[in-house]
Write a protein that binds this ligand. Structure first.
Ligand SMILES: Cc1ncc(COP(=O)(O)O)c(C=O)c1O
Length: 348
């Protein structure tokens, strides 16, 4: 495999139609008609991921609890489809880099599939995430420096050793899983809310959801694109800056310290694609400040939702959006990672 190649799938799913979903399948694979799936390998690999609840938070906000997943984050959607693909082509060992959650998910699905894996994480990654990756039998490499350096080093090693790079960013089979987030929301609500808020680090949920929304639009299930709101940390905001400057490309930034480790990506590999969607659909980007992230985490916890700071950053971004644009009704926000895996809790 060309290491770090940003592959796209040449796949044209049939028109989305709720009458065509596999109602008997209680996982994201009920949408398999609309996913690029080659055979039944998903059945051996699936841990029942998907089908996460949507609950009202207040009069304006709906939360999709995507931490209700086998490894406690939305990354299970993509890891399940990516590892099922690897299994179907006979790969038995993979290598991946991650800020933690994608590594947790890849390690879990590899163990489920009877495959081995190595996960590269940056120093400072939550101890619980590292422990969880190891528990699945994966080898963990802790890389000094930030998340971007970790990815660079991982790709170098993959290239030298000729391993299979199961990157959640590069490999397009990952997005076949993350796009089910929006199919599911459409099935649950029988509509798509007017505002869709999405975290953007490398943009794996963002890109999957944009692909899914375009599919719903082309299929006539929705008649306009909702207002998409991308959230980045105030201390790591390369796409925010590019959109604001109406730039042609996303320039690398040096990530500052942030509670939101999952979105601390200074050099998003698919930055040009994210920017392309931003231009095409008028996506607005907002900052999540450190203070608002901590406050949002505490606010969620008071309503029974124990999430990690990166997930709380989404609500912090929503509050910033309301400050800039006024009260915003009918917004769907992902709570995409559990607090149980995070080392941070002292504000609660
Ligand atoms: C909980 C959580 N939310 C959001 C993100 C951001 O995902 P992406 O980098 O694909 O945009 C991550 C990434 O690790 C994460 O763990």
């Amino acid at each position: 495999m060309n290491v770090g190649g940003l592959w796209q799938l040449d796949d044209q799913p049939p028109k989305f139609d709720l009458a065509q979903i596999g109602e008997g399948e209680w996982s994201q694979y009920r949408y398999r008609q609309f996913m690029a799936i080659e055979n039944d390998s998903w059945k051996e690999v699936s841990l029942g991921e998907g089908m996460t609840p949507i609950v009202p938070f207040d009069d304006d906000v709906l939360l999709k609890l995507d931490y209700c997943m086998p490894t406690l984050s939305f990354k299970d959607r993509g890891a399940a489809t990516l590892i099922a693909h690897c299994k179907s082509i006979g790969v038995d060992h993979v290598v991946e880099d991650s800020s933690g959650n994608a590594g947790n998910a890849i390690a879990a699905y590899c163990s489920r599939a009877g495959m081995t894996c190595e996960i590269f994480v940056p120093e400072g990654t939550s101890a619980k995430k590292i422990q969880m990756i190891r528990s699945h039998g994966a080898k963990v490499h802790i890389v000094p420096g930030n998340r971007d350096r970790c990815a660079d080093l991982c790709r170098k090693r993959v290239k030298e050793e000729g391993s299979y790079y199961a990157s959640h960013v590069c490999n397009p089979f990952f997005f076949e899983g993350t796009k089910t987030y929006i199919y599911e929301a459409f099935e649950q609500l029988h509509r798509i809310p007017k505002y869709i808020l999405l975290p953007v680090g490398n943009g794996t949920l963002f890109l999957g959801v944009m692909q899914g929304l375009e599919h719903l639009l082309e299929s006539g299930c929705i008649d306009y694109m909702p207002q998409i709101i991308g959230v980045q940390s105030e201390h790591c905001d390369p796409v925010y800056k590019a959109v604001k400057a109406q730039a042609e490309k996303v320039e690398e930034v040096k990530p500052g310290p942030s509670l939101a480790e999952g979105i601390a990506i200074g050099k998003p590999m698919r930055g040009h694609e994210i920017l392309g969607y931003a231009r095409k659909y008028g996506v607005r980007f907002v900052h999540a400040t450190e203070k608002e992230i901590a406050g949002s985490m505490a606010q969620f916890a008071k309503q029974g939702i124990y999430c990690e700071p990166t997930a709380a950053a989404n609500y912090a971004g929503y509050r910033e959006y309301c400050r800039l644009y006024g009260r915003t009704h009918d917004c769907l926000i992902p709570v995409c990672g559990s607090g149980l895996k995070s080392d941070y809790s002292h504000s609660l």
